[in-house]
Design a protein around this ligand. Sequence first.
Ligand code: HEC
Ligand code: HEC
Length: 297
Amino acid sequence: MSVRVLIIAAAALIIAAPVLWFGGLFAASELHLRDVSHVLSFDHPIPTNAASLERGRHIARTRGCFGCHGQRLEGWDFDEQWDWPERAVAPNLAAHARAYEPDVIEAAVRRGVGHDGRALTSMPSYNFTRLSDEDLAALIGFLQSAPVVEAALPTARLGWSARWSLLTGSDRRMSDWVALVPALSVDADTEPQLARGEYLAMTMCNECHGLDVRGQWFYQPPTPDLAIAPMLYSRAQFERLIETGVAADGRELGLMALVAPDRFPDLSDTEVDDLYAYLASLQDVAPAENVAWRPLD
Ligand code: HEC
Ligand code: HEC
């Protein structure tokens, strides 16, 4: 073989290797994202009366749909705010709720699988998986009734590092996180207030405080076990904390300060009471060890 042929072969390899590498990573990660169950099963009737629409609005406000999908539900491009390893684009929810059937929306909101049968990656479905059928139906009814505000949105893009993390298991598909969320455990017949508080905590606070609200250190920044809240804060101070995201001693609590004023002022006094009582009841219960969101190493 002449030197010339060798040089050409080496050059071809140098050009082909990255193409093969990135092509393989792309194909394998797409297969992984699509290897999820997309069984559609939600057939709860969607209410349209005024009380249900108001309930749906309250759920959308307190669960942060407006914060991420735009204050007019027109959609939002996350690149404007954060330098994520991907371009996350939250779609126009009012338009989406008209384009897709409620069972398709249920799979996305509660199970982390999008309309195209592909696992979601940024939408925090683990925070909504314990929403009741009634609340989800009221939420969908509200979204269908909200005026559609047209806004130009870029195409979402999953970055290479995000694809690599998903394939190597250093991060999970949203549907995998959803599957790890503990069941609600308080008996509503014997402990109605604690059951209401657990429902609120497990559909509002577990977005950031661990899937069981007992703290997490899988993602940065680590967030504390919420059993500490009633120890550190009186009922009045607690209300101020969750409505402003500012700690009793004036510390700004990062992401909490960003989302709390958008979501939690909409909570009623009873809801704040219920949440506070539930968090206080956790003080006697030891948090689970070595769960995915609080790994040992
Ligand atoms: C932390 C930000 C965030 C919050 C809070 C949030 N979303 Fe999303 N949502 C996203 C992003 C980003 C996407 C795009 C898909 C992805 O990247 O995972 C999305 C996608 C969706 C989709 C479309 C999924 C598909 O492709 O079929 C629906 C429906 C949806 N969200 C509904 C909701 C509802 C309802 C709420 C409130 C209960 C909500 N979202 C709260 C960020 C958020
Ligand atoms: C979007 C993410 C996010 C959500 C949702 C969220 N938190 Fe937080 N929270 C944080 C972060 C981040 C911190 C600060 C961690 C740090 O830097 O110490 C924090 C801190 C706290 C603290 C500690 C205050 C202190 O004095 O140190 C309490 C209590 C708390 N949150 C309660 C709640 C409750 C109750 C909810 C639900 C109603 C909630 N959080 C929802 C992100 C969040």
